[in-house]
Each structure stands twice: as C-alpha cells, then as structure tokens.
Design a protein around this ligand. Structure first.
Ligand code: HEM
Length: 155
C-alpha cells in the first residue's frame, strides 16, 4: 500500500492551486456537499438557519481548509512514513466534534465526492487525471478511516 512520490506530488501540486482561492473553492466544496446530500445542511451551525450558502463565512472556510489541508498532509505522511500519523489529541478532538455534530460514516463518502470534484474544478480538465483522483482519494480514505475509527470508539 505504498504511497508514491508521484502521488504525493500530484496532491501537493493541486493543493497549491486550491490555496490560491480559498473563498471560491470552499464555497464550491460546500455547494457540492449540499448538492450530493441536501440533508447535511442541518449539521453545520453556519448553514442551519440560512437559505443560501453564506459567502465568506469563516467557519465554512475553516472546515473546507481543514479537510483539504489535512488530506494533503496525510498524503505527505503516507509517502514519508508509509502510514498516517495523527496525534491522539487531534484524533480525539476530531472524533468528538463529528459525533457531537451528528456526523455518521456514510457522510465521509459525500465529502470525498465533493472534495474530488472540487480538485477537478480547480485543476481543470487538462491537469486533472485519474492518477490525481486516485492520490487524493487514497489520502482522504486513510484520514477518514482514522476519524471514523475514533468516532465509533466514542459511541
Ligand atoms: C467540524 C475536520 C469530515 C461535518 C470539524 C472540525 C474539524 C473538521 C477540524 C472542527 C471545526 C474547525 O476547526 O473547523 C474534518 C476532516 C474531515 C471531516 C479533516 C475529513 C477528512 C466531515 C464530514 C462531515 C463533517 C464527512 C459531514 C458531512 C462537520 C461538522 C462540524 C465539523 C458539522 C461542526 C462545524 C460547525 O457547525 O461549526 N471538522 N471534518 N466533517 N465537521 Fe468535519
């Protein structure tokens, strides 16, 4: 299950592009999450009482950035160490926040789909590839598994 240098490079390269327009891509990311799973809206404090997805909401941006950046960091660790290392404190926090918000395992697939489509949009058809999709998918899966395991521990 090695994560190759090339896979790491593909993730890093696209994170560099995403980073340049966080407001745009975090909005896109959330629009896609809600398009795939409209009911997810009620879990997010900043979406619950609004009709439209708020532009430039700091909490919305924070969640989008956390998911994207932690997936990128996961890719780096998978290549460097051959496994994902998330500190216990971080994992405990992530597990607790999501259990408390009503997140369940299948939601992670929704977010994965939205994440891949966001990266696809940011890169454009020319740079987007099956390999890039595979690298983001793998890095995300490993991170999501760690969070889900912690969430299910907490129950
Ligand atoms: C909160 C990360 C997946 C829903 C948070 C927070 C972090 C985080 C760090 C704490 C608030 C913050 O610092 O912004 C992640 C990561 C994920 C992930 C790294 C996947 C790898 C998901 C999924 C869902 C979800 C799949 C459900 C669709 C939420 C909700 C909150 C939250 C509802 C509370 C936000 C609020 O209402 O302010 N997440 N998350 N997350 N997350 Fe996630």
């Amino acid at each position: 299950m090695g994560f190759t240098e090339k896979q790491e490079a593909l993730v890093k390269e696209s994170w560099e592009v995403l980073k340049q327009d966080i407001p745009r891509f975090s909005l896109l990311f959330f629009s896609l999450i809600l398009e795939i799973a409209p009911a997810a809206k009620n879990m997010f404090s900043f979406l619950r009482d609004t009709e439209e997805i708020p532009q430039n909401n700091p909490k919305l941006k924070a969640h989008a950035v956390k998911v994207l950046k932690m997936t990128c960091e996961s890719a780096i660790q998978l290549r460097e160490k051959g496994e994902l290392v998330v500190t216990d404190t971080t994992l405990k926090y992530l597990g607790a926040v999501h259990v408390k918000s009503g997140v369940i395992d299948p939601h992670f697939e929704v977010v994965k789909e939205a994440l891949l489509r966001t990266v696809n949009e940011a890169m454009g058809e020319e740079k987007w590839s099956e390999d890039m999709k595979g690298a983001w998918g793998e890095a995300y899966n490993q991170l999501a598994s760690a969070i889900k395991a912690e969430m299910n521990n907490n129950n």
